[in-house]
Design a binder for this molecule. Structure first.
Ligand code: GLU
Length: 551
């Protein structure tokens, strides 16, 4: 009896690997094209790090006319959550990171290199496990959990490196006959890889991001097929990325230390290994300590957080590019109006330790991204967000025509307004333009420098009676405020005031502030000329009256 008999006994019905090698031929792509993937486990939680990885992966494939695919790694069926795959796909679609190939919904997939869900690939893994068994490179292991625990205890007591290797790998030393006998007797088993490595030897490897790394050779006889017939991550990774013709494995750097094992598996299976690029995680500053963004501790680790607060996906992506390549910031400065897709991402410029996540910076990017949108776009996106998260805002936006005017204030010009970082800012930034909200709020009028009540009254009355005209252009409108200031004994120019501070009580800017506060109950608003144009004389007058009443 030999290994072939053993292999046939364990996997009597699998196809020969030749079948799969032919079914999934080398991809016909141009030289240098990158084929890579996002390979999440469907745990129900989409981590922002996953979007980060996907963004990088997808960008590289686009830059090289390669292929980006989505593979679902669901071999740990205990952890599987219903609808989790849909959740992942929805997130990728939201971020405009739809894969070229792979799963496109919980059940459907597209592409010629599938199935793209590992639980559907059982017989493929088994065919390759059989192939290893036939060559004596893998074997059934009959050790029970109790035996393994006992072994570990002995190793700990003797202060020996733990694991299933060398002399400790009990079942590796069984003869083929003994193995066959145990299987025939109905003993339970799993399949282990027979590692040819030696711990006292070193392996050198060049990671695309981390550079040269050196590890001891791998020598553990790891499990490749579990009791449920499904593979472990390591085995599935090697078989899948070989058959899916992945050129670059771009993944979290928690896997860097598994490279010796993975290279060994590729080698023993007779496959060419892909390039590895291990991405440092996004970090967070936690009271001076730099640590990984944590799913449990940090709300910003969840992709859902960004949709809840309403940061445009585009801003999140742009910010992630900032984190990925530090030269992005300079590129953006030099090319403020270019689409971010034109930026050339380089793996070898990725940070080796993790970059810090900075919410303030992200919000700044949000402000810039939103400032470039048209009023129509802002309206649509804010309304979409509001429909999900803020019914009051839906109400406010119900008069579309009026809202477009409001959202259009200081937009579409050279220096657009930058006060909205996220959709949850919209209500606060526009609500004073809506009478029913404005009058229902207990407004606090703080007139700042000019605080003489009689003066304020006079400014407001004079302005509306004598100076305001809806048909004035902006220059005339402002000249009139100057005239009003002059008539009231205030400096018509700020310069003038600064030169002779004793001569005047205040200046034209302070007069403007009085108008602004009476109009909006705020000291800070976008362009007042545009605000007045939208409100119109009648509303302006009513607001002035109200503010006088409230004095
Ligand atoms: N399923 C693995 C994970 O979520 C994938 C790692 C890889 O990209 O190979 O960490």
């Amino acid at each position: 009896m030999d290994y072939k008999d053993l292999a046939n006994l364990i996997f009597p019905n699998t196809k020969e690997i030749k079948y799969y090698e032919e079914k999934y031929p080398k991809r016909d792509l141009k030289e240098g094209a990158i084929v890579t993937r996002f390979a999440p486990s469907p745990t129900g939680f989409v981590h922002i790090g996953g979007i980060y990885q996907t963004l990088i992966a997808q960008k590289l494939t686009k830059q090289t006319e390669g292929v980006f695919f989505l593979r679902i790694e669901d071999t740990d069926q205990k952890r599987e959550i219903e609808k989790a795959v849909d959740g992942i796909i929805d997130s990728l679609n939201d971020f405009d990171l739809t894969p070229d190939e792979g799963m496109i919904s919980g059940e459907e997939q597209k592409g010629n290199y599938g199935p793209y869900k590992q639980s559907l690939r059982k017989e493929i893994y088994q065919a390759y496990a059989k192939y290893l068994i036939e060559q004596g490179k893998a074997y059934p292991c009959f050790c029970t959990q109790e035996e393994l625990d006992e072994m570990r205890r002995k190793q700990e007591n003797a202060k020996i490196r733990p694991g299933y290797y060398g002399v400790w790998a009990k079942c590796r030393h069984l003869t083929v006959e003994e193995m066959i006998e145990k299987i025939k007797a109905g003993e339970n088993y799993i399949i282990r890889f027979k590692s040819p490595g030696r711990e006292d030897k070193k392996i050198k490897h060049k990671d695309v991001i981390k550079g040269n790394v050196e590890f001891p050779e791998h020598d553990q006889d790891i499990v490749i097929i579990k009791a449920d017939g499904l593979p472990t991550y390591h085995f599935a990774h090697v078989v899948d990325d070989h058959l899916m013709r992945t050129t670059h494995v771009i993944r979290g750097d928690e896997w860097l230390s598994s490279v010796p094992l993975h290279l060994q598996l590729f080698y023993e299976l007779g496959f060419k290994a892909p390039k590895y690029a291990h991405i440092a995680p996004i970090m967070k500053n936690d009271n001076g300590n730099k640590r990984k963004l944590s799913k449990r501790k940090d709300k910003e680790a969840a992709v859902s957080y960004y949709s809840e607060i309403g940061i445009p996906e585009k801003a999140v992506k742009e910010y992630l590019l900032n984190i990925a390549n530090s030269n992005f910031e300079n590129w953006r400065r030099a090319n403020p109006d270019k689409d971010m897709n034109e930026f050339e991402l380089q793996l070898n410029k990725m940070s080796v330790s993790g970059a810090l996540f900075d919410i303030v910076k992200l919000l700044d990017v949000g402000k810039i991204v939103i400032s470039k949108m048209t009023a129509e776009e802002v309206y649509k996106k804010a309304l979409d967000w509001a429909n999900e998260y803020d019914k009051e805002l839906v109400n406010i936006l119900s008069d579309k025509e009026y809202s477009l005017k409001v959202l259009g204030i200081e937009r579409g010009n050279k220096k657009p307004r930058k006060d909205i970082a996220k959709w949850s800012d919209v209500k606060e930034s526009i609500e004073y333009m809506y009478d029913d909200i404005f009058y229902n709020k207990n407004q606090n009028y703080e007139y700042q420098v000019i605080n003489d009540k009689e003066d304020i009254k006079k400014i407001l009355n004079l302005y509306i009676e004598k100076y305001y005209n809806e048909n004035d252009d902006k220059q005339t409108w402002f000249d009139k405020i100057k005239e009003l200031a002059g008539e009231m004994g205030y400096a018509k120019e700020v310069k003038e005031f600064k030169a002779n501070p004793d001569k005047y009580k205040a200046h034209v800017g302070d007069v403007s502030t009085v108008l602004r506060v009476a109009l909006t109950a705020r000291t800070n608003t976008p362009d007042m000329y545009e605000i007045m144009q939208i409100l119109g004389k009648e509303k302006i007058e009513k607001r002035f009256k109200k503010s006088i009443e409230r004095m």
